[in-house]
Write a protein that binds this ligand. Structure first.
Ligand code: OOG
Ligand code: NI
Length: 480
């Protein structure tokens, strides 16, 4: 028998499609949302050829309709560490650390995703993965009860665990194994309307925090949303209202701009779903639970540390001027403040580049190569700062760009934003208590639970930019 392995990119691609199909069946409104996003994206691509061209140059055009992320919430270190091994089979590694406690959500998180440009084009599927922090819960008795409940559950099928072990041992899965893996892995993310806890315990957990009830009260980490990528989030937000899909009050992230930065997100409100709670008589008590929703995102250029600092400053300026958490009653006031505040953030790509605020691909114009074909080269020294100074002077590069010999294209932001994520969590947990948890941000503890370090997203963008610069200069030289 031949032992040819399927690439992890293909397994991720198949899994992401299987997941989307499952979620559309479970939450049909998510299917309506995809249709709306597809319509809006088709409109943008036909009306704004410059956006189509940009996506062609960066290679993103092919992945646009595939693009989505999802989110899950885990209860224990053991679950998180096995989840890391499960995602590794699909070429997804933990990138970034997000502490949501200051925003009143008792979790810390990472995003599992592919990191190479080529792999991202093949399937940009990401999963925002949170670990419940029971240490932030003050009620000792309830904390123990929650921990005992979590200790009893097993969220992975035996088959998926043996396939993960097989992958680790052999370095890959055959076509047949990969197909079984996708099917078995999907089981972990499925919705279960029969809970393993009593209604009484569920209500105690809910009174602590909606998130604790959502994690501890269920058999497994049901996927709680999937998120297609749109090219015009304002149009989708308006379209949701028109289609009777109830949107969240506020679009999270930066304001609308000519040159999108980072990530803007909104969602439709979580559904109230019927669930049955196990009772001591061996029967079930009926009730309901609110957790699952659909989300939309618009992605823009990744920012350098300097750009990110400016973003954080302008965002918190607008929010502190508003004085309260943005909500349905102050939405237009919030957007006004946000737009005013972000006037200080340059809104053209050349300036974003020249001021070292964002990451770009450098592309030699005569060369038909796109970003994906240049970025597969490796072995390039890490570059400092905005990247360009070490190989070529800033002046020389500016000259090449002015001459039209080099083109800048934005490197898309692949990650998440903690303030936005907290807003998404809150709007879907109906949690307007808006407190914050004291307690240290604890990346070390998270990584301990994960069983690995998380990748630094800024280093990944920096490397992508440096690789494109190197390849661009090589292409120019070979034409000279
Ligand atoms: C995750 C919320 C965060 C995003 O896109 O920022 C998130 C959750 O609700 O579990 O998905
Ligand atoms: Ni999300």
């Amino acid at each position: 028998m031949k032992n040819i392995f399927i690439s992890s990119d293909d397994i991720r691609h198949d899994f992401s499609i299987a997941m989307s199909e499952m979620y559309q069946k479970e939450v049909p409104l998510y299917g309506d949302l995809i249709d709306l996003v597809t319509d809006v994206n088709t409109g943008v691509l036909s009306k704004q050829p410059e956006i189509r061209e940009q996506l062609e140059h960066t290679g993103e055009i092919d992945r646009l309709n595939l693009e989505r992320h999802g989110a899950i919430r885990l209860g224990t270190a053991a679950e998180l560490s096995m989840m890391r091994r499960l995602f590794a089979v699909m070429g997804m590694v933990p990138v970034g650390y997000y502490d949501l406690a200051p925003a009143g959500v008792p979790v810390h998180s990472t995003a599992f995703r592919a990191t190479e440009t080529q792999s991202l084009h093949k399937s940009p599927f990401r999963v925002f993965t949170s670990l419940l922090r029971l240490d932030l819960i003050a009620d000792k008795v309830l904390k123990q009860e929650a921990a005992d409940t979590l200790a009893k559950r097993n969220i992975f099928t035996d088959n998926v665990v043996s396939l993960i072990e097989r992958f680790e041992e052999k370095g890959g899965l055959t076509a047949d194994e990969a197909e079984r893996f996708v099917k078995e892995a999907l089981e972990t993310f499925r919705w279960h309307d029969k809970t393993p806890v009593s209604k009484e315990l569920y209500q105690k957990l809910l009174a602590q925090h909606g998130l604790i009830a959502d994690v501890v009260g269920f058999k497994g980490p049901h996927i709680n949303h999937l998120t297609p990528r749109t090219l015009d989030i304002d149009a989708v937000q308006a379209g949701m209202q028109a289609k009777g899909i109830p949107p969240k009050a506020i679009i999270e992230g930066p304001p609308r701009r000519d040159c999108p930065i980072l990530l803007r997100q909104t969602s439709f409100k979580a559904l109230e779903e019927a669930v049955s709670f196990e009772n001591s008589a061996g029967g079930y008590d009926s009730g309901h639970h609110t957790a699952r929703f659909g989300e939309i995102e618009q992605r823009g250029v990744a920012l350098t540390p300097k750009g990110r600092e400016l973003y954080d400053k302008l965002l918190s300026q607008a929010r502190s001027q508003l004085g309260v958490t943005p909500n349905a009653n102050n939405a237009s006031e919030y957007y006004q403040k946000l737009e005013k505040s972000f006037k200080a953030f340059p809104d053209d790509y050349q300036t974003l580049h020249d001021e070292g605020l964002a990451y770009f691909y450098y592309q030699a114009v005569n060369d038909a190569q796109d970003a994906s074909s240049v970025s597969s080269k490796s072995g390039i020294n890490e570059l400092e700062g905005n990247g360009s100074n070490d190989i070529i002077s800033k002046q020389a590069m500016t000259h090449l760009i002015e001459q039209g010999a080099v083109r800048l294209e934005p490197i898309v932001y692949e990650d998440f934003l903690p303030v936005s994520a907290a807003g998404i969590f809150q709007s879907n947990l109906h949690d307007d208590k808006q407190s914050s948890y004291e307690g240290n941000s604890n990346q070390q503890e998270f990584e301990g639970a994960l069983g690995a370090g998380v990748h630094n997203e800024l280093e990944l963008y920096q490397a992508m930019q440096a690789q494109s610069l190197e390849a661009c200069l090589m292409a120019l030289n070979s034409h000279a």
